[in-house]
Write a protein that binds this ligand. Structure first.
Ligand code: SF4
Length: 430
């Protein structure tokens, strides 16, 4: 399919800047239903200042201090819809704590990093981060529908430096000539802030690349601007299967009827939806809260996928849980609730080491004849080892006849290191 080149140079900036002060109320009760349910209205009317937020909630002194300091920290922005979920008087509200900066964001520790995941060392072209062998991130927009205080890409988002058409084209070109990439994750920023037509264009371009097997979209829109997930968007997305969406609910309070409807609509269009939550101290760091979040996600047909230990990004020390607390919390999920609702607890290793599973160990001892395991209730159980040790799959020679041995396209570790260092393309693979 021939696709017309993109027009404007900064074609991805689709959301006009926030309205100036002295605007009319954006409280739900004061807004016509038609506007409230219009995702573009929500995006246009994001609350960004203390005065705007004070019209919706009673700001504490600490929140005012945080907002005053935020100009030097990280952009503030929250949709009227998400603001309507805030407890109007209690600053411990999990919605407020995710959206409003604390003055402690300015207390940057020496160990905290601008780029905690080491992504800049794996950026062959400005819009692509290629850190793992067979998958890559495609950064298509620098705006979000909320600016989360725990964001690990705060260096990249905020709407000040949208990708140019040339950068997007260079990204598409890299993905097309790097045959080891099977899986592309469209991210940003939030890709669902693009117009449906622009997103359709990008997905169509990606679908022209034969070696891209699956496409994923990372988005917080179902959480903070669920009106965006309408039938038109879903009908467009389903043209590009296999397509997955990973969203980012952190607290059960976010699973409103509107947010649930958005997720269900996606799933009804055949789009599997996963959730990537971040463990946030004082926001969701209780057994009760995590269990409720995971259970409510499952009821919404959203699969809990990851639970991230907080990244070491600048200004977020106060939001991170100690790792031992994370492991203890996780131990109260596994076994105590359906395994479908238990995400992977991971640390994304600083410096680019990737996602590493952490959690309680249930394996106490491995012997030749017996393995000792510990149940989720703490009982020790002996598991007998089998007598045969050879795990060769004899039928592999039949099923994979004629397929190169490194069909995983990863090649050797040395080859991968070379690629990562040179950030060049690789033509191996079937
Ligand atoms: S939506 Fe995602 S990328 Fe945007 S600020 Fe929140 S965590 Fe960061």
């Amino acid at each position: 399919m021939a696709l017309a080149p993109l027009g404007p140079q900064r074609y991805l900036a689709v959301v006009t800047p926030p309205l100036p002060l002295a605007r009319r109320s954006v409280r739900k009760a004061d807004v016509p239903e038609r506007e409230w349910n219009d995702w573009r209205w929500q995006a246009r009317n994001m609350l960004t200042t203390a005065d705007e937020l004070a019209a919706v909630i009673t700001l504490s002194d600490a929140e005012r201090a945080g907002l005053a300091a935020s100009a030097h920290l990280f952009r503030v922005g929250v949709t009227p819809y998400y603001a309507s979920l805030m407890d109007p008087v209690n600053p411990a509200c999990p919605i407020r704590m995710q959206a409003l900066p604390a003055a402690r964001e300015g207390d940057v520790r020496a160990e905290e990093l601008r780029d905690p995941l080491g992504e800049e060392g794996h950026q062959p072209t400005p819009c692509v981060i290629h850190k793992y062998p067979d998958r890559a991130l495609f950064l298509v927009i620098d705006r979000c529908a909320i600016y989360c205080r725990h964001c690990n890409r705060r260096r990249l988002v905020g709407g000040d430096d949208p990708p140019t058409s040339a950068e997007i084209e260079a990204g598409l070109d890299y993905l097309a000539r790097t045959k080891r990439i099977r899986d592309v994750l469209i991210s940003g920023g939030d890709p669902l802030l693009l117009s449906t037509a622009k997103l359709d264009y990008l997905l169509s371009r990606l679908r022209e690349i034969p070696h891209l097997e699956i496409i994923r979209i990372g988005t917080r829109v179902p959480v903070v601007n669920p009106m965006r997930v309408d039938d038109e968007l879903c009908a467009m997305l389903r043209k590009h299967h296999p397509l997955y969406i990973n969203t980012h609910f952190n607290h059960p309070r976010e699973l409103t009827p509107e947010a649930r409807a958005a997720c269900v609509r996606l799933v009804d269009h055949g789009i599997p939806v996963g959730n990537q939550a971040v463990l946030l101290r004082g926001i969701n760091s209780s057994v009760r809260c995590l269990r409720a979040l995971m259970r409510e996600l499952l009821k919404t047909r959203v699969k809990p996928y990851y639970l991230f230990q907080g990244d070491t990004v600048v200004g977020t020390d106060h939001l991170r849980t100690p790792v031992e607390a994370a492991i203890e919390l996780y131990g109260k999920l596994r076994g105590w609730m359906t395994g479908m609702g238990v995400p992977h607890l991971v640390i994304d290793a600083p410096g680019g080491g990737g996602k590493l599973p952490i959690g309680p160990s249930y394996l106490e001892e491995i012997g030749e004849d017996t393995v000792t395991v510990r149940t989720y209730r703490g009982a020790r159980v002996a598991y007998p080892q089998p007598r045969e040790r050879d795990c060769t799959v004899a039928y592999d020679d039949v099923y994979f006849a004629g397929v190169p041995a490194d069909d995983d396209r990863e090649g050797s570790a040395e080859a991968w290191d070379d690629l990562a260092a040179a950030a060049t393309d690789d033509d191996r693979g079937p």
